[in-house]
Design a binder for this molecule. Structure first.
Ligand code: NZQ
Ligand code: ZN
Length: 390
């Protein structure tokens, strides 16, 4: 077990009636807000009207940036930063899923940068310690952006999708009302759920040090919650208990509670970000396609016990089997979850993706080296995994 510091300053308002506290949170910082949202889901489900009404009643001045794309573009973040600079915005208010929150973080960072260009920060790998404060109102249980220090920004001109990190990017507050996710489509519910699952599996569970039992048990509990509650949310989109479990699981997966003492991985995420950078696909779907193939690829005598434990603890695979046999059943269970329970299409070809860019994507995923994890991956390994996904 490694030493660690736990510090997450995000104040989470969780539940049905917490949005009433939003004006107070904003006014504790200032009264000029840039309201950032996506393609209009918040207008259809009434959240836009609710929030703008509350802010106006409290004398908060609202500026708006709408149309944030899924896989948010650096150009959109730069547009928001320009508004912040011109209007001397105090708070960036993100209302949406991970894309809107990430774009808002990009805006917040670029707004205080001399160049006003988020891509300069992303491409230089700057760790952001200064940014405007971000407040997030979450509508999709998925990315963990509502409580983490990361923003994933896409540059479609260069086919790059890269994380921008920094202590200043952790939202000051997050409002999580599971009811706001009732209007999600079954597809986005499934993709979000698998993103949560993979954050735990990929980031720590198989990558990490196996000596901190409490943290391993936490990780398994979060993955089990996703496996248990996603089918309920798919069947009954307005089941509060299901949506609440998924929403809190989303936040727990990346708010650093689960990485105490562990080692970080991220192999599937590195591979998936290339897919969405080249083909603009939905992140969680890309992860679902890659993950069972990655597990099959890394399976060997060394990794089998951990993969088998995943099967046993999360999917109820029978105890007492040979490690390799148990691990194979665990991989079957992950496959079944992705493509039968969640109903996601299993192959890259289903998304219109062929092998034409695999070599370049594999090189870039490895950032000139290897992807570290339970089995380190070279560009050749990554290419082989992409080929398994066709
Ligand atoms: O744009 P609107 O109209 O709001 O519609 C969105 C969008 O079309 C819709 N949606 C969201 N909430 C809804 C809703 N529709 C109806 N009702 C609701 N309540 O869902 C679609 C997808 O939204 P998006 O925000 O793109 O999804 P998600 O939350 O999965 O975010 C994905 C982005 O986050 C990045 C991904 O790479 C991707 O760019 N990630 C961010 C991370 C982070 N900050 O730490 C980590 C993740 O691993 C991930 O990489
Ligand atoms: Zn993710």
């Amino acid at each position: 077990m490694n030493d660690f510091i736990f510090h997450n300053p995000d104040k989470v308002y969780f539940g049905k009636n917490q949005i009433e506290n939003l004006p107070k949170e904003i006014l504790s910082i200032g009264n000029k807000v840039l309201l950032v949202y996506g393609g209009g889901s918040i207008k259809k489900n009434g959240l836009y009207q609710k929030i703008t009404g509350l802010l106006k009643d409290s004398g908060i001045q609202i500026f708006e940036l709408s149309g944030v794309e899924p896989n948010p573009r650096h150009t959109t973040a730069n547009k928001g930063a320009e508004i912040c600079k011109a209007e001397k915005i105090d708070v960036v208010l993100a209302v949406g899923g991970g894309s809107v929150i990430d774009c808002s973080k990009g805006i917040a960072a670029a707004a205080v940068a001399k160049s006003g260009d988020v891509w300069e920060l992303v491409s230089k790998g700057v760790w952001v310690t200064e940014a405007l404060p971000v407040i997030a109102v979450l509508t999709n249980a998925a990315t963990g952006s509502e409580m983490d220090a990361w923003a994933v920004i896409s540059n479609m001109e260069t086919n790059e999708k890269i994380g921008l990190g920094g202590s200043a990017l952790i939202p000051k507050a997050a409002f999580e009302n599971p009811e706001y996710s009732y209007s999600l489509s079954a597809y986005q519910t499934a993709c979000g759920a698998f993103d949560i699952f993979n954050h735990v599996l990929d980031n720590y569970y198989l990558a990490g040090d196996k000596t901190f039992d409490l943290v391993l048990e936490f990780q398994e509990a979060v993955m089990r919650a996703v496996v248990k509650w996603t089918p309920v949310a798919l069947k009954e989109p307005e089941n509060y208990e299901a949506r609440a479990n998924l929403m809190w699981a989303s936040s727990m997966a990346l708010n650093t509670v689960l990485d105490g003492g562990t080692v970080h991985g991220c192999a599937c995420h590195m591979m998936e970000h290339e897919l969405s950078a080249y083909y603009d696909i939905t992140h969680g779907h890309g992860l679902a396609i890659v993950t069972p193939r990655w597990l099959a690829y890394i399976l060997n005598e060394n990794t089998a016990p951990a993969i088998y434990r995943l099967g046993e603890k999360v999917f109820g695979v029978e105890k007492g089997l040979d490690n390799m046999e148990g691990a194979r059943l665990a991989i079957d269970a992950v496959w079944n979850f992705c493509f039968n329970t969640l109903g996601l299409k299993p192959n890259l070809t289903d998304l219109g993706i062929g092998k034409e860019n695999f070599e370049k994507m594999a090189q870039h995923a490895c950032f000139g080296g290897e992807i570290s994890g339970p089995k380190n991956l070279t560009p050749k390994d990554v290419e082989a995994i992409y080929n398994m996904c066709l």
